[in-house]
Design a protein around this ligand. Structure first.
Ligand SMILES: [Zn+2]
Length: 277
């Protein structure tokens, strides 16, 4: 049986930490789970999608022209998407928040790691200084922003709290270092594929931002081993977008399009194979 490259990388990375003297704090536990895989039911092999409704609690996110809070739009749409994915029977789904509460950005990434997510989707509807800018867009991680507008957006999103990405305090052993680098590249490729799928599917139903697939250093996308995208469903700073996001039927349309995007992503990638345990 041919094993997907991504599976080999993830398994190899975990296993490399089992070697005596090659244990990196925080990863050792993952290695132990690989060493003693428990019995898995067929359902356990389903890919796990983590949906992240942006903001929450004391952080309202962007506030629209009529006073609509981004955190409520994000939560309502993310919940709808979670229901659609679960109902399909093709995925396990977990949400970073299931109520209106504040969660630091790094905790959202930690949550996805703890669940061993196969895909991470963060849902937002932010604001921009220009009230005429509208349309949906999707973002992936990059150290350098693709454009000034996206740099501002990332700055705004990241201001929710301080950076808290993967922390490899110890110098990684050489084998793990190589595997980490390969896995990061693989994750980047998968994230780009998911972004492409989002643009294609959202674009069928919604107006899109010019150049709708963009990159910047978003903290919430910092998991080096989990394909991750951040979706801006529209901008609360635009009158038409805010009015649309206010409507349940419009949010349902977004959720359905996002579900189609997830389907297309997993149909075209062998990336979802999960580590045992
Ligand atoms: Zn946001």
């Amino acid at each position: 049986m041919m094993l997907p490259r991504r599976y080999l990388l993830r398994r190899g990375l975990a296993a490399s930490f089992l070697l005596p003297g090659l244990v990196v704090p925080g990863i050792a536990e993952a290695g132990r789970r690989v060493k003693h895989p428990p019995h898995k039911s067929p359902a356990a092999a389903l890919p796990l999608v983590v949906i992240d409704p942006g903001h929450g609690g004391k952080d309202p996110g962007a506030i629209g022209i009529t006073g609509l809070y981004e955190k409520h739009v994000a939560f309502a749409t993310a919940t709808e998407l979670a229901h659609l994915l679960t109902a399909s029977g093709k995925y396990h789904v977990a949400m970073t928040r299931t109520s209106d509460r504040f969660i630091p950005l790094e905790h959202r990434v930690d949550f996805a790691h703890s669940k061993r997510a196969d895909l991470f989707v963060s849902m937002h509807a932010d604001a921009l200084p220009d009230p005429f800018v509208r349309g949906a867009s999707v973002y992936t991680m990059a150290n350098k922003a693709s454009d000034h507008q996206t740099a501002l957006l990332a700055e705004r999103e990241n201001s929710a709290d301080r950076f808290g990405a993967l922390n490899f305090h110890a110098e990684p052993p050489i084998v793990a270092n190589i595997l980490t680098s390969l896995l990061e590249k693989e994750t980047k490729t998968c994230s780009a594929r998911m972004a492409h799928s989002v643009v294609k599917n959202l674009g069928r139903e919604l107006p899109l931002l010019v150049n709708p697939s963009r990159q910047a250093r978003f903290v919430v996308l910092s998991a080096a081993d989990i394909p991750s995208v951040l979706v801006e469903m529209g901008f609360m700073s635009n009158r038409k977008d805010e009015a649309a996001l206010h409507r349940a039927d419009h949010r349902r349309l977004i959720a359905q399009s996002m579900k189609n995007a997830v389907d297309a992503y997993f149909e075209t990638t062998a990336a979802f194979t999960r580590l045992p345990g």
